[in-house]
Design a binder for this molecule. Structure first.
Ligand code: 13P
Length: 248
């Protein structure tokens, strides 16, 4: 079985006071056990150690990015080796904001995912189409190309969670309908079956992101190919606990 996975992507938000408050709310929450739901929160780099040190041990921490290869003369970057050195187990790679705003290509994201795994990190790899791409009927073509660039370089799929995040649903309040999400998740699983292996298709978690909240999470969680969530805005609020509980 695929253990339900709930990630909280805090993006570029928070002060140390706000971060401490979120952590104490999470620490006090009654949630299902780790064999029912894997919970990972992703603060900005500067708060990683604070969160790592104060967060309950059954929740884990992810960075929001890392450098594409071994660290060195790359001003402003953070390397996979540094995350491993801090015992940060996870990293989010290929988020649409980095693809669109920072210009990360499919190939660059594939290289990052492979390098991060080679250093011992587990990766939440993000894919997803824009509204224009959906309306022109190219959703699966776009998502398949993004996944292919990752699949060409990854051998250990036990270290990967795929996050399907339609760009039009991110931060817009326009959540994908359960049927829309399920359709892409099922197509992605078929793609993995045809292009990687039946085992990888059956075991890889495919999680949904884009305007997930406490009210819409339960119906989405009921979709057969939806294995969890990557939550942005709502992960900064106590509502995140309700989303974790959607695993039950
Ligand atoms: P929102 O939940 O704020 O739409 O963000 C989703 C997201 O981008 C998570 O990575």
């Amino acid at each position: 079985g695929r253990t339900f996975f709930v990630g909280g992507n805090w993006k570029c938000n928070g002060t140390s006071e706000e971060v401490k408050k979120i952590v104490s709310t999470l620490n006090a929450a009654q949630v299902p056990s780790q064999d029912v739901v894997e919970v990972v929160v992703s603060p900005p780099f500067v708060f990683l150690s604070l969160v790592k040190n104060e967060l309950r041990p059954d929740f884990h921490v992810a960075a929001q990015n890392c450098w594409v290869k071994k660290g060195g003369a790359f001003t402003g970057e953070v390397s996979a080796e540094m995350l491993v050195n801090l015992s940060i187990p996870w990293v989010i790679l290929g988020h649409s904001e980095r693809r669109a705003i920072l210009g990360e290509s499919n190939e660059f994201v594939g290289d990052k995912v492979a390098y991060a795994i080679s250093q011992g990190l587990k990766v939440i790899a993000c894919v997803g189409e824009t509204l224009e791409q959906r309306e022109s009927g190219s959703t699966m073509e776009v998502v398949a190309a993004q996944t292919k660039a990752i699949a060409e370089k990854v051998t250990d799929w036990s270290k990967v969670v795929i996050a399907y995040e339609p760009v039009w649903a991110i931060g817009t309040g326009k959540v994908a309908s359960p049927a829309q999400a399920q359709e892409v998740h099922a197509d992605l699983r078929k793609w993995l079956q045809a292009n990687v292996s039946a085992e990888v298709a059956a075991s890889t978690r495919i999680i949904y992101g884009g305007s997930v909240n406490g009210a819409n999470c339960k119906e989405l969680a009921g979709q057969p190919d939806l294995d969890g969530f990557l939550v942005g805005g709502a992960s900064l609020k106590p509502e995140f606990i309700d989303i974790i509980k959607a695993a039950e």
